[in-house]
Ligand binder design. Structure first.
Ligand code: ADP
Length: 255
């Protein structure tokens, strides 16, 4: 296998819904081994940006690349093979399957169009299933859910589902991981656990793009922060630089 890509770049991305410019000329670079925070008020284009990178939306203008190699827009089925994994604002699960199976799906989902199909087609015997299950156990251990592997996923609490989604994404051994509001609904202690986990993922060399409302978490763990407003960059830089930016402080941080 070739070296994983080290930079995911967006240049001049424009995307409208009806008359609304959700993203208005966005440039963004996410690098390996770096946590890049994407913040901004509701409706500023954060989730849309993740959806463009994931290939769910095709922008009207702009390009994406992995180390300069074009990343096709509007194609979501190839993202896993290109090393890009994500989680969703609302955790996705197959309730009647075990937590372990829900995580195992992450090791195969790129071959299938839906999680249900991936579950149906999980290998049911042989070394392949054992290998997937062992990797899923390791991913569950990494996120702190190993004791719940055999529990039905619909028995998990909301916060546990968020960590289960991260475990599933880690099954892809992603070069880049896109996290959509992973701290939403988590307690202060769970957010500390999340911070430790995301840092560990970074230490493993993965580049993390973190969409989050929880400003303290962003300023605590990110190397780089981009602040969006109306689909464009209001400020970008280190947490210190972004915090010092007057417009950001008044428009976003409300101080
Ligand atoms: P954020 O994640 O920062 O809250 P979004 O990316 O969800 O912002 O939304 C950016 C803008 O695009 C908003 O004005 C939102 O209403 C609009 N938008 C997002 N998704 C859709 C969609 N599927 N259809 C129509 N408008 C959308």
């Amino acid at each position: 296998q070739a070296h994983p890509p080290t930079t995911l770049s967006l240049r001049g991305i424009v995307l409208s819904f009806g008359g609304v410019r959700a993203i208005n000329g966005l440039d963004l670079d996410v690098r390996s081994g770096e946590i890049h925070g994407l913040i901004g008020p509701n409706g500023s284009g954060k989730t849309t940006t993740l959806n463009v990178i994931s290939g769910y939306y095709r922008p009207e203008q702009g390009t994406m690349a992995l180390d300069g190699a074009p990343l096709p827009a509007g194609v979501s089925t190839d993202r896993a093979s290109r090393g890009i994994a994500r989680t969703f604002q609302t955790p996705r699960l197959i309730g009647e399957a075990s937590v372990l199976e829900n995580v195992m799906i992450g090791g195969t989902a790129h071959c299938h169009s839906t999680f249900a199909e991936a579950l149906f087609r999980l290998p049911r015997h042989c070394a392949e299933e054992r290998e997937l299950a062992e990797r899923a156990q390791l991913a569950l251990r990494a996120v702190g859910l190993v004791g719940l592997a055999e529990v039905r996923a619909d028995r998990l609490q909301h916060s546990e589902l968020r960590f289960m989604e991260i475990a599933r994404a880690l099954m892809q051994r992603p070069a880049f991981l896109l996290l959509d509001e992973p701290a939403a609904g988590l307690s202060a202690e769970e957010i500390r656990h999340l911070a430790t986990l995301v840092r560990a993922i970074r230490e493993g060399g993965t580049g993390v793009l973190l969409v989050e409302h929880h400003a303290d978490l962003i300023f605590d763990i990110c190397e780089h922060v981009t602040v969006l407003n109306l689909g464009a960059i209001l400020a970008a830089g280190t947490p210190g630089e972004v915090r010092a930016h007057k417009e950001v402080v008044s428009a976003y941080l409300g101080a």
